[in-house]
Design a protein around this ligand. Sequence first.
Ligand code: HEM
Ligand SMILES: *[C@@H]1O[C@H](CO)[C@@H](O)[C@H](O)[C@H]1NC(C)=O
Length: 322
Amino acid sequence: MAFISFTFVLSLILVVTLSSAQLRVNFYSRTCPTAEFIVLNAVVTAVRSDPTMAAALLRIHYHDCFVQGCDGSILIAKTGSERDSPSHAGLRGFEVIENAKTTLEAMCPGVVSCSDIVALAARDSIVVSNGPNYQVPTGRRDGRVSAKADASNMPDAADPIQVLKKKFSEKGLSVTDLVLLSAAHTIGTTACFFLENRLYNFPPRGGADPSINPRFLPELQGICPKNGDVNVRLGLDRGSQFAFDKNFLDNVRQGFAVLQTDAELYQDVSTKAIVDSYFGFLSGLLGPNFNGDFVKSMVKMGQIGVKTGTDGVIRKNCSVLD
Ligand code: HEM
Ligand SMILES: *[C@@H]1O[C@H](CO)[C@@H](O)[C@H](O)[C@H]1NC(C)=O
């Protein structure tokens, strides 16, 4: 009897410590009931005046999570911080996070973390792009470190598929997660900068990446001419850059992927099979469901290296380290 109650108490302690170290849905329901609404409102307002903002906000969450965990370290605006790294080139939309934070600090000072705002804004960006809605586990706390050097291991636009798999696996993400999360490129744009080598100097022989559909190549080269303006932007999901949909994966299948890394998803046996599974006979019904699986991978990405409980801080200003 004494033994039973001892193990019972032990497991109780274990459950309590485990759950305090975990995120949970509606974390702010009592401490700041309007938190999620305030973030949604900031996202809707931003996307209404600039429809490209949804993609920008989704991307911030990914870049936040892959360096130092999802802890808002990407938001720090200081020389030498993460944001200074070329691995984060083109990130934008930070002012939307700031706007939400300003409202939140007025409503519930010191309660809602910047990293949670980023995670919620990513979800809301998917929703306003007609993608799936889902519940975001919250309770992240913000990091106290943001260093340029920490970003050097981000996946790179020229990484071979094996390297991408390795970098994702180091974050606890599977090959399936790699395919699904890459499909976030169903919205948004890239600068021609990231296509230069793919269009004109593709290794080992130079010239264009042979995996580009011959019908697509002249189109890409027209938008991004050799030695042209590398800041010109084009949609990552040809024909559907504002809608969150499966069209991106279809483009990958047809040789219409814009980024080299997205094209690679169809050149590797295991990732190809995953892409194809969303177009199978049963897909969506009994087979794999793109929206549902994407959400699972997003929630998983949102847990990378999170700080909870008494770890980290709740920043007052998302751009400034406490
Ligand atoms: C597999 C590794 C990945 C690589 C190599 C990669 C690379 C890139 C590159 C080069 C751009 C263009 C940046 C610019 O010119 O501004 C981009 C944009 C974007 N990425 Fe990724 N990415 C990866 C994974 C992800 C993941 C996991 C997500 C989110 C879950 C994501 C979301 C986005 C979004 C939404 C954009 C569009 C941003 C905008 O329109 O401003 N990416 N990515
Ligand atoms: C947050 O800090 C940044 C950088 O110092 C500053 O520009 C901004 O005005 C601050 N925001 C608020 C709401 O104080």
